[in-house]
Write a protein of this length. Sequence first.
Length: 721
Amino acid sequence: MLAGLNDAQRMAVEATQGPVLVLAGAGTGKTRVLTTRIAHILMNKLAWPGEILAVTFTNKAAREMAERVALLTGASQSLWQGTFHSIGARIIRRHAEKLGLTSSFTILDEDDQLRLIKAILIEQNIDGKSLPPKLFLSVIQRWKDQGLTPDKVTGGQDTQQVGGHALGVYRLYQARLKAVNATDFGDLILHMLTLFTQFPEVLEEFAKRFKYILVDEYQDTNVAQYLWLRLLASYHQNICCVGDDDQSIYSWRGAEVGNILRFERDFPDATVVKLECNYRSTPHILAAASSVIANNRGRLGKTLWTQVKEGEKLQLKSLWDETEEARFVGEEIEQLQRKGVSLKDIAILVRAGFQTRAFEERFLTLGVAYRVIGGLRFYERAEIRDAVAYLRLIASPQDDLAFERIINSPKRGIGQATMQQMHTSARSLNFSLYGATQHLLAGGEFKGKLGGALGKFIGDLGRWREKRDALNLAELTELMLEESGYRAMWQQEKTPEAAGRVENLKELVRAMGEFENLAAFLEHVSLVTEAANNDNNTDMVSLMTLHAAKGLEFDVVFLPGWEEGLFPHQRAVDESGMKGLEEERRLAYVGMTRARKRLFISHAANRRIYNQWQSSIPSRFIGEIPEEHMEKLGGGMHSAPRQAGRNWKDEVAAIMASAGASAKTATAAPRGSKNNFSKGQRIFHQKFGYGRIQAISGDHIDIDFEKAGQKKVLADFIALA
């Protein structure tokens, strides 16, 4: 069993006494180490199956681990094995009465959680429109990820983002959960912390039981999970954490890379094993990825290597815009197909969801089968369907399906009774819903606030229809999104998904430039949707975000959009500074190490944002790749020969410096610090344009941008306008 392991893997398996940290680089066989370690412990009778706790992040990983252990040991084992949440539920059910619950408690899903919070907001007279339930839920979940019960949240932590109401709602929310004998997923960790800290006998029971604790993907643990593991390991100290600090990319959902970075401080006598022999990628790919991630300061440090001697260099392509970029990728994929490469072995990994549209359009033109993993195809996304429904209604007032979809998006106070009245009138008069609503308004059937909202809606549709010929399609769509309040609805929502939805709407406006008129666009959308519904092919190109790609691998990987502002993403840098930039670099490392044989990186010189062309500069990550591991493909925007004696890193730096100098169009005033700004001042940001300061909190400034909506940015990235 041990003979097939390399020296480092074997060391990780055989170090069975005391804490062990296994730094497992991408493609170094961490799952094999974990399963072999469990089998080694069992076969040497160091513990019984029930004395081993193995924790994973996904049910899929838990099943894979169980199957491999059974294969190695020849028998099914009754380990305590599963996800953090499944293990938590199992422990809590044993001691539910100590928490004021019964063992038959239910676990609420997100819909039930939001309904419960909505009811609390109504009771407390809190406006659920300006402060939506999703916003409260995200704050509460963040506190739970940090291991904070309501009594541990201080007044200073009660975020002003929700008007200072969050702590009060949190207390009521937890009380209601207990009253209905329920928990949410955050409670499955939080309640275990409560059991272990308030009931020492419960901690003693489980800390003594688990002689060996094994944790997969330790870099993705949040604070609450970290505290729970520390408590469980307090007795035997035999905890083995496997992870990669260079692949910590989920801070937005609570992951804390500091957990793995401080392991040796938490356990001073820990054994640290680095798995650096990669069994996935070629030497050039590994060297390029290692060179990029080496620029991060917050890491423990390791360098991947492989026994493979050959392999192609990373391919870099500079292009004019995203349309040319999609054309380039499509042509390369067709060439790969002709060489016998299966589509299922090819992936395109993007930084932002809106980037998928250009590739989807190109693949439909070429007839290349594709699938979007971890998300919907562009025209299937809710915000795009809504916007298209508005356009359908502008084109055809008789489209009742479109009318029903968007009559209350954004909210206009139209309830079920009002909709029933519209339907009854439409049937009796043989009118469309649009026509029936006009008729009811003319007859004075709708009064007050409801009448005003419906009157504006009908009037807006009529005015947009009249302007259809005077405006180009992009201008018409921009006008509709602005005047309907639909885009503002998503800009004002503070959920993690809202920013991506706004970006998708921007991409929709950009797409309009490719169509002659509204009818041509709507026909295109219908054909795209029909093609997607009829596509049953299993051999497809995989199209996904970099976040969704973690844990996957492909023979050929395309990484498009490596431009400053897009990757690294401007929002990550503005909101989190160096910490955000380092996570973006880890995301680049994850993307690069998904490739087995060939890796393509591309960047465009121009991208259209808010229907205006903006020049782009290459990502700083490109400049961190050594020239000897990269081949620059001919053609495109920046394909001129390099100056003698200047490497690619210098070239990128020169391009960035030049673009930075030409971009200073707002003001000659220097960028300032927090002391230079005050509420109400008009400012300029090179990515988001002009805006006005709403609030200042240290270096973080809340700004209402004229085009981009409300955002929080660092003071160093703005200038007075």
